[in-house]
Design a protein around this ligand. Structure first.
Ligand code: NAD
Ligand code: UD1
Length: 303
C-alpha cells in the first residue's frame, strides 16, 4: 500500500503516518506547513517522502499522487472558531481543497480515499447520543464545510464508483496538538495553561460536553479504514460524554493540583453537546479505542 497522507505533518496526520509506517506502508506526505511541522515526522525513513504543497493546487496534488494506491485526506483548516472569523479561507481549504484531492484521486485511479469529516456536521442534536443517521444542522462554517465534503463524497461514489469513507472524528487530543494558536483544541490549550501556572480559560459555563478520543487510537482507526472497503461515513470517538468542568477535574487529578479557572464569554458557532454511538465504528472498522481519558491526559502532560 502506498498512501498519500495530506496534512501528514499535523497532529492527527503525524500519528497516522507513524501507524502506517509501522504497518509496512509506503507513505507520501503533502502539507503546506500552515499548522503542521516537519519536526512532527521522523527526520528520515526509507518509506517516507515529505512534499511541501497546497491541496488547493491540482498540479501539486497530482504530483504527490504519483504511485499512490490509497489516500488519507486530513489537510484542512481545523478550527470551528477560525471558520467563524474567516469563512472564506476556511472554505477554500475545506471545500475546494477537499474537492481537488478527491478529484485528483479519481483521475489517478486511486483504489481508496479515507478523509476527515467531523462531529461538527451534526450541530444541534435532535437527540443524543448521535448515530450516523442523525440529522445534520451545522452551527458553524466549519461544520457546513465538512457536511458538504460528505455530500461530495457520496456523489463521487455514485457518479464515478469511487471508494470513499468519511470519518466523523469527535474531539481528538494528545501529544503534538499545537497549543500556540487561540484557535487551538481545548485540551492542548488547557495543558499549556496548566504548565504555565495560568488560569484555564473556559468559554461559556463549562457545562458543554464533548467526546474526547486519544490521537493514537484515531491513528489506528485511520489504518483500519484504509484497509476495509466500506463507504459512507462513520463516527469515531469513545462513546463517553465529558463536560469541560469534568475535564478540568481530570486534568487536576492527573497533574496533582487544582487548576485555576477563568470563565470567558461563550464562543460563537460552538456546539453545546456532543456524544456518539460507537456501533457502526465497531462494525465497519472493527475498532474499539483503548485509551481512557486519565491515561491519555497523563501521556499528554508527561510528553
Ligand atoms: P492540524 O492543524 O494539526 O492538521 C492539519 C494539517 O493540514 C496541518 O499539518 C496543516 O499544515 C495542513 N494543511 C492545512 N491547510 C493545508 C493546505 N491548504 N494544503 C496542504 N496542507 C494543509 O489538525 P488536526 O487536528 O490534525 O486535523 C486533521 C483533520 O482532522 C482535519 O481535517 C480536521 O478538520 C479533522 N478533525 C480534527 C478533529 C480534532 O479534534 N483535532 C476532530 C474532527 C475532525
Ligand atoms: C474540535 C476540533 C474540530 C473537530 C471537532 C469535532 C480543534 C481545534 N477543533 O472542535 O476540528 O471537527 O472538535 O467535534 O481541534 N474551549 C474553551 N477554552 C479554550 C478553547 C476551547 O472553553 O481555550 C471550548 C470551546 O468553546 C468548545 C470546547 O472547549 O466548547 C471544545 O473546543 P475545541 O477544542 O476548539 O473543539 P471543537 O470546537 O469542539
Amino acid at each position: 500500500m502506498t498512501v498519500l497522507v495530506t496534512g501528514g505533518a499535523g497532529f492527527i496526520g503525524s500519528h497516522s503516518v507513524e501507524a502506517l509506517l509501522a504497518a509496512g506502508a509506503q507513505v507520501v506526505v503533502l502539507d503546506d506547513f500552515s499548522t503542521g511541522k516537519r519536526s512532527n515526522l521522523p527526520p528520515e525513513h526509507p518509506r517516507l517522502t515529505v512534499r511541501s504543497g497546497d491541496i488547493r493546487d491540482a498540479q501539486a496534488v497530482a504530483a504527490a499522487l504519483a504511485g499512490a494506491t490509497h489516500v488519507l485526506h486530513l489537510a484542512a483548516q481545523v478550527s470551528v472558531r477560525a471558520s467563524v472569523d474567516d469563512p472564506v479561507d476556511s472554505s477554500t481549504r475545506n471545500v475546494s481543497g477537499f474537492l481537488t484531492v478527491i478529484d485528483g484521486a479519481r483521475r489517478a485511479a486511486v483504489k481508496r480515499v479515507v478523509y476527515a469529516s467531523s462531529a461538527a456536521v451534526y450541530g444541534v442534536p435532535a437527540q443524543l447520543p448521535l448515530d450516523e443517521a442523525a440529522s445534520c444542522l451545522p452551527l458553524s462554517p466549519y461544520g457546513l464545510e465538512k457536511l458538504v465534503d460528505d455530500q461530495y463524497a457520496a456523489l463521487f461514489a455514485a457518479l464515478y464508483g469511487q471508494s470513499l469513507l468519511g470519518l466523523r472524528y469527535f474531539n481528538v487530543y494528545g501529544p503534538r496538538q499545537d497549543p500556540a494558536s487561540p484557535y487551538a483544541g481545548v485540551i492542548s490549550r488547557f495543558a499549556a495553561q496548566l504548565a504555565a501556572g495560568a488560569p484555564l480559560t473556559v468559554f461559556g459555563d463549562g457545562r458543554q460536553t464533548r467526546d474526547f478520543v486519544f490521537v493514537k487510537d484515531v491513528a489506528r482507526a485511520n489504518v483500519a479504514a484504509l484497509q476495509c472497503d466500506h463507504g459512507g461515513v462513520v463516527n469515531v470517538g469513545t462513546g463517553a460524554r465529558v463536560s469541560l468542568l469534568d475535564l478540568i477535574a481530570a486534568l487536576g487529578r492527573c497533574a496533582g493540583r487544582t487548576p485555576q479557572v477563568r470563565f470567558d464569554p461563550p464562543a460563537p458557532g460552538d456546539i453545546r453537546d456532543s456524544a456518539m454511538t460507537p456501533a457502526r465504528m465497531r462494525e465497519v472498522l472493527g475498532f474499539v479505542p483503548g485509551t481512557a481519558l486519565d491515561e491519555g491526559l497523563r501521556a499528554l502532560l508527561h510528553a
